[in-house]
Design a protein around this ligand. Structure first.
Ligand code: OAD
Length: 245
């Protein structure tokens, strides 16, 4: 199965990557679901919604502060660099990610669609136009406030109940429908509308190579090759990437 997947990757003329929290697990980020998932300990409604942020900004910011500080020393693992190697081989590799940690870009991938936004910047909750790179100084304020209008700041992440950035989601669906191969890495395929992206790829005639140690919502089908391994271990094997840069 690994040889077949490696051959499909080699032969693909138009591959696309779709990733989720499991892609960053071996870099030290936690996933959301499963035994070790963040949602076992925290409530998404309270900590990751605009109403939760307005109701208790100190609590919500203390959670993001914890995630940002935990993520400070997080660096891309070899699986990330294997994708950059694949981008070099193919000339172009669109990456659609549900992750907000910025690791695809940090590893050198240049066409990255961040469906759920980014944890690296924040903006004014009242949309006065203020936007800023999150620095440790800003994070010290409890909660961080907008220097222009005094409202609280929010991380530039898509919170529960908010729509996804329309251009990003529509381009992602277009890429999915037009690709010949989708590499689906480290996602439980449970959160919509992002979860529809691999199904759009299948409907468009693509083959899926799924990399995930456990079974997900993706169907059993001749067009879905599921490799039950960790991203950081198997992506270098599948792409032929050898050295860590
Ligand atoms: P989940 O936490 O739902 O799923 C992570 C998946 O990664 C699971 O299926 C794991 O089995 C798999 N996994 C764990 N370690 C892995 C490894 N080393 N290599 C490969 N796979 C591994 O995360 P997502 O599917 O990304 O949304 O969750 C989607 C959205 O739910 C997130 O973007 C977030 C959350 O609520 C928002 O914050 C808007």
């Amino acid at each position: 199965m690994i040889n077949k997947a490696a051959e499909l990757i080699r032969e693909s003329s138009n591959p696309v990557v779709f990733s989720g929290a499991g892609m960053s697990r071996e870099s030290g980020m936690r996933t959301f679901r499963g035994e070790e998932g963040l949602w076992k300990e925290y409530s998404p409604e309270q900590l990751s919604s605009i109403s939760g942020l307005r109701a208790d900004p100190e609590l919500v910011w203390s959670w993001y502060r914890m995630r940002l500080i935990a993520g400070k020393n997080v660096v891309p693992h070899p699986g990330y660099y294997a994708l950059t190697y694949l981008q070099e081989q193919k000339g172009h590799l669109p990456v659609i990610t549900q992750n907000v940690d910025g690791l695809h870009r940090q590893a050198g991938q240049t066409d990255v669609m961040e469906l759920h936004g980014s944890m690296r910047t924040a903006s004014c909750i009242d949309k006065c136009g203020f936007s800023v790179h999150l620095t440790s100084e800003l994070l010290r304020a409890d909660p961080p406030v907008c220097p222009d209008c005094g409202a609280i700041l929010r991380p530039d992440i898509v919170l529960f109940g908010e729509p996804l950035p329309p251009e990003t989601i529509s381009r992602s669906y277009e890429l999915a429908e037009g690709c010949d191969l989708m590499i689906v890495i480290g996602t439980s395929v449970q959160v919509w509308p992002a979860a529809g992206i691999p199904f759009a790829a299948l409907e468009g005639g693509a083959v899926i190579i799924e990399i995930n140690p456990v079974q997900t919502e993706l169907p059993h089908s001749d067009n879905v090759i599921s490799i039950r391994r960790k991203a950081g271990e198997i992506l270098p094997v599948l792409t032929g990437f050898k050295e860590k840069r």
